[in-house]
Design a protein around this ligand. Sequence first.
Ligand code: UD1
Ligand code: UDP
Length: 383
Amino acid sequence: MKIVTIIGARPQIIKAAALSRAVGNSGKDIHEVIIHTGQHYDENMSRVFFDELQIPHPDYNLNVGSGTHGEQTAKMMAGIEKILFDEKPDMLVVYGDTNSTLAGAVAAAKAHIPVAHIEAGLRSFNKSMPEEINRICCDHCSTLLFSPTKTGFDNLVREGFVQNTKKPFTIDRPGIYHCGDIMYDNSLHFAKIAEQESDIIESTGIKGKTFTLCTIHRDNNTDDPTRLNNIFNALNEISKKNDIVLPLHPRTKKMMAENLDAQLLSQTENNNRIHILPPVSFLDMIMLENKANLVLTDSGGVQKEAYFFKKPCVIMRRETEWVEIVETGAAALCDADKQTIIEKFHYFENKKDISFPAIFGDGKAAEFILDELIDNIERARIL
Ligand code: UD1
Ligand code: UDP
C-alpha cells in the first residue's frame, strides 16, 4: 500500500508528524512517500521540524520557493503530477489550506488518485483569503474528508457532502468524517518532550516573568500598513506592563520593514519588553504556549494550540475557522483594531474562570485517519 503525503508550509510539516508516527507504529505494510513542495525553505521554517519531530525526510523536494499564487501553485502542480505518474500511489494525503494543499489535491484528482484531506470543512466565509479558496477547491477534489471539528463537518454537509455514504468512497461519492484534530495529537505527544528538551524560556531571558506569546503572519495583516501599524501600536502599549515574545515569520519581518512607520519600527525594535525572535522550533513553540499567560495571534494553528494549553487567545482577525474556541469564551476576535486588542488582552489577563471543554478529540485522530485510509484502499482494491 502506498500513500503520497504533500507538505510544503510549516504547519503542514508539523501536522504530518502525527500521521507519519501512526504509520510507523501501525506495524502495517504501508509505504509513505513524502513530497515537500519547497513552499517554505528557510532552515527554521522547514528543516528544523524534520529533525526535532522525527518526521521521515522528504523523498522529493520540488524547491518551488516563493512566488505569486498562480506561479507557485502551477510549479507545484507540474512537479507533483510527474511524481504521481511515477509513484502510482493508492492515495494522496494533503493537510490544511495552503497553496501546497491545493496543488496536491488538484494534481491528484486529475490523475485519478483519491485525495484524503486532513482539516477538511473549515471555512472563514471570507473568499478574499487565499486559504478559503484553497480549502473549498481541495474539499471538492477529495475522496476522504477528515474534519477536526463538528462545525467543519456541518459545513461539508451544508455544501452538499452526504453523510453515511457506502464504502469504498470515491471522488464522486466522498466520505466525510468528524475525527478530532491531529494537531491536538501532536501537542499531547510533544508537550513532555518539550519540557525536557526546550531551553527557550531561559535563552529568551523570560524565566520567572509573566509573558504573552504573539505571532503575526496573515497576509491581510502584514501587507496592509494600517493594520500592521495598529497591531504594533497595540503590542507596544501592552508591553508597558507585560513582556511579549514574538517569533517572527519571515513574511512579517519583511513587511515590518516596508509597512511600519519608521518611529514605530524603531520603538518596537528597541523595546526591551518585546522579545523578537526568529521562527522557533515546534518544541520551543509549545513550551512558550504552555508558559505564556495568554496568546495574541492571527495564526490558525496557534489559536488552537493556545486552547490545547488552556490559554486565552486574542485573535487578530475578523473571523475564524475555529469558531468553537470563541463560542466557549476562551478566545476573542479583535480584528486589527488597536483598542479592541488592548481591551481583550486586559479582559483575559484578569479573567480566571475560563473553561476549555474538549472540542478537538481524544488525541488519537491520526490513528483513526490511518485506519480509514487503509480500509478505503483495501475496499477499492477488492472492487
Ligand atoms: C503560507 C500559507 C498560509 C499559512 C502559512 C503558514 C498560502 C497561500 N499561505 O503563508 O495559509 O498560514 O504559510 O506559515 O499557501 N518566506 C521566506 N522564507 C520561507 C518562506 C517564506 O522568506 O521559508 C517569505 C517570502 O518572502 C515569501 C513570504 O514569506 O514571499 C510568504 O511565503 P508564502 O509561503 O507565500 O506564504 P505565507 O505567508 O508563509
Ligand atoms: N510554529 C512554530 N514556530 C513558530 C511559529 C509557529 O513551530 O515560530 C508552529 C505552531 O506551533 C503551529 C504551526 O507552526 O503548530 C502554525 O503555523 P503558522 O502559524 O505558520 O500557520 P497557520 O497555522 O496559520 O496556517
